[in-house]
Each structure stands twice: as C-alpha cells, then as structure tokens.
Write a protein that binds this ligand. Structure first.
Ligand code: NAD
Ligand code: UFG
Length: 333
C-alpha cells in the first residue's frame, strides 16, 4: 500500500513515516518545508534503510499537488501538513485560515479526481475548547478559542460534509492531545524554530543552557499542585495510532478518535520527571497564567482502544529521556 504523508518532514509526520516504512508501507512525503528541513529524509533513511520519495510542494498549489497523484498510485493520505502555533494564529489569522483550509480543500479535491478517498486528518484536542469536565470523550461539544483551533474545527466539518456528499469517502479525524518525546534513535524529534511555545521543547532548551529558565505559567489552577495539567503522549505511540487507523478503519464514513493516554501530568510533574530521567536541573520560576490556557485537558482514549485495538505503551520517563537524547544527539551540534 502506498501512503502519501503530507507534512511528513515535520515532527509527527516524520515519526509516522518511520513506523509506516518499518511495517512495509511505501511512503511518499509532500511538504513545503516551511517548518521542517529536507535533511529529515536522510534521518528517516538512516533509521529505516529507505529514503521516502519526496515532493517539495505547497498543498495550496493544485497543479503541484496533482503531479504527486499523476506520478503515483496513492491508496491513502495521512494529512499532517499545516501551521500549528496558537499565538501566531491570533496575530496572523488569514495566513492560518488560508494555509490550513485551502491546502486541505485542494488536497481532497485532487484525491477525489484520482479516486483516492481515504484520508486521516491531524486534528487536535484544541477543538474541545474549555471542556466542563474531564476526561473528554469524542462526543463532547466542540468549539474553539483561537484561529488555529478554528482551522482544525472547520477542516473536520469540511471533511465530514465531503463524506456525507459521497459515501465512498473514508475520513478519520484524529484528535491529538499533547505529543512529546522523540524517536529512540535520537535522529528525529521536535525542533521548532526560534523560542519554543510548548513546554517540552522549552524545557529542553533550558537544559541545553540555551535559555535561562522555564516560566511556569501559573500555580493557582485547581489541580493537584496548582499548575496546568495535560495528557502528554509519546510521539511514537501517536504515530502507531495512525497505522491502527489505516489498518482497522476500512469502512467508509467518518471516524473520530482521541489519541491520548488518559493520564494527566502537571507542569511541575513534567519538570521533575525530566530532571529525574536525565539527571539534569531545569531551573524554573512561577509566572502569571498564559492567556487562553485551560487548567486541565485529559483524553478518554477508550474508543481508540476498543475500535482500533490501539493503546499507548510508553510512559513519562520514556518521553523525557527520548526528548533529551534527541536534543543531545541532534540539536546540540
Ligand atoms: P510540524 O510543523 O512539525 O509539521 C507540519 C509540517 O507541515 C511541516 O513540515 C510544514 O513544513 C508542513 N506544511 C505546513 N503548511 C504546508 C503546506 N501548505 N504545504 C505543504 N506542507 C506544509 O507540526 P507537527 O507537530 O508535526 O504537527 C503535525 C499536525 O498535527 C499539524 O496539522 C498540527 O496542527 C497537528 N497537531 C499537532 C499537535 C502538536 O502539539 N504538535 C497537537 C495537535 C495537532
Ligand atoms: N507551559 C508553561 N511554560 C511554558 C510552556 C507551557 O508553563 O513555557 C504550560 C502551559 O501553561 C500548559 C502546559 O505547559 O499548562 C502545556 O503547554 P503547551 O504549550 O506545551 O501545550 P498546550 O496544551 O497549550 O497546547 C498544545 C498545542 C496545541 C494543541 C494542544 C492540544 O500547542 O496546538 O496541545 O491539547 F492544540
């Protein structure tokens, strides 16, 4: 089976490409490299022994996207490509709406033209907004608090409408919680440009000595230690969730799954776990809450376990160790 992985040189896409290749799938990657590097292809080759075919393509460009389908027989698409920074999306909403939505529409149009009607889309727990209770099941109401989240919600709706209009479509919407960690080889991982927005990449930069200290955004939430609680999931477990979706969801229609562990950790839990796993200090200071943050987000992942036979295997220690291993091996050069 040939799988087109859009955004496949990015963080989650590259880990998924590795797992797919190792399971015998043929992988084609399409990316415009706006937030990743072509060198990731060599890392994938180093890990798997196979360098995926690569198209340097902006998916808003229909002709260029068509070329991929013209030259290859694609069986399914995993659609990771998109912009993902919440803060930036508030400053540049049009850029986010255009890039994320136009690319998703163009991709689906071209897929339909070539009779490829199986897509797995990277959605996010951000579509649950500020849930009234946790854990969150897939039938919770969805609404968003920032333009990035709204693009995810809108693309979910667009693909759902598409599946309603044509019963041959098989659409899977995967709502990721907080992916962290890196491949066990230390060759691929999360490598954001500039000062990181997210917790784990920030901790890593502090541990590397590139940033002075971590700001913990608020310790007055109603959680066990007052700091925000999230459902962190190892990126390799997340990657395997996509393979389960490819293999198990053979019926047309719309399939929606939370991908998380069901266990919540606070910011301070993560700092302590990172320090312990890697025997390194992470200096931090408590600061004000970050606008838009919610106290706690936690998945109920039982639907994925029931219907996909998928369950996370890697714990917090692995997440912290692998993040640091990648940083030392690949970032600190
Ligand atoms: P990433 O930025 O590392 O990867 C996304 C890739 O898409 C990048 O390589 C980028 O160059 C590419 N891209 C962006 N716009 C494109 C376009 N128009 N045409 C072609 N390529 C384009 O991000 P990631 O963390 O790997 O996230 C992958 C997907 O998962 C994204 O859709 C993101 O919104 C979603 N997601 C991520 C998280 C997270 O915390 N990382 C959480 C929930 C959902
Ligand atoms: N945090 C800090 N200091 C930092 C960075 C983060 O204290 O420097 C805290 C946050 O306040 C929050 C927790 O660490 O309590 C996690 O924050 P992240 O920024 O790592 O992740 P978020 O939960 O805010 O959001 C992430 C992605 C979104 C995605 C969401 C899904 O950035 O795109 O997970 O749950 F939608």
């Amino acid at each position: 089976m040939t799988i087109l992985v859009t955004g496949g040189t990015g963080y989650i896409g590259s880990h998924t490409a590795v797992e797919l290749i190792q399971k015998g799938y043929e992988v084609i990657i399409a990316d415009n490299l706006c937030n990743s590097s072509e060198s990731v292809l060599d890392k994938i080759a180093e890990i798997t022994g196979t360098k995926p075919k690569f198209y340097l393509v902006d998916l808003t460009d229909k002709e260029a996207t068509r070329k991929i389908f013209e030259e290859n027989k694609i069986d399914a698409v995993i659609h990771f490509a998109g912009l993902k920074a919440v803060g930036e999306s508030c400053l540049k909403p049009l850029m986010y709406y255009y890039n994320n939505i136009a690319s998703s529409v163009v991709l689906a149009e071209v897929m339909a033209e070539y009779g490829c009607k199986k897509i797995i889309f990277s959605s996010s727990a951000t579509v649950y907004g500020e849930p009234e209770t946790v854990p969150i099941t897939e039938d919770f109401p969805i609404f968003t608090t920032n333009p990035y989240g709204t693009t995810k919600l809108m693309i979910e709706r667009i693909y759902t409408d598409l599946a309603k209009s044509d019963s041959e479509w098989n659409v899977t919407l995967l709502r990721y919680f907080n992916p962290i960690g890196a491949h066990s080889s230390g060759l691929i991982g999360e490598n954001p440009n500039g000062i990181p927005n997210n917790l784990m990449p920030y901790i890593v930069k502090v541990a590397l000595g590139e940033l002075y200290q971590l700001s913990v955004f608020g310790n007055d939430y109603d959680t066990h230690d007052g700091t925000g609680v999230r459902d962190y999931i190892h990126v390799t477990d997340l990657a395997l969730g996509h393979i389960a979706a490819i293999e198990k969801l053979t019926d047309p229609g719309v399939h929606i799954f939370n991908l998380g562990t069901g266990t919540g950790y606070s910011v301070l839990d993560i700092v302590k776990a990172f320090e312990k796993a890697n025997d390194i200090k992470v200096p931090y200071v408590i600061t004000a809450r970050r606008p838009g943050d919610v106290p706690i987000l936690l998945a109920d992942p039982s639907k994925a376990e029931r219907e996909l036979g998928w369950k996370t295997k890697l714990g917090l220690e692995d997440m912290c160790r692998s993040s640091w291993n990648f940083a030392k091996k690949t970032l600190n050069k």
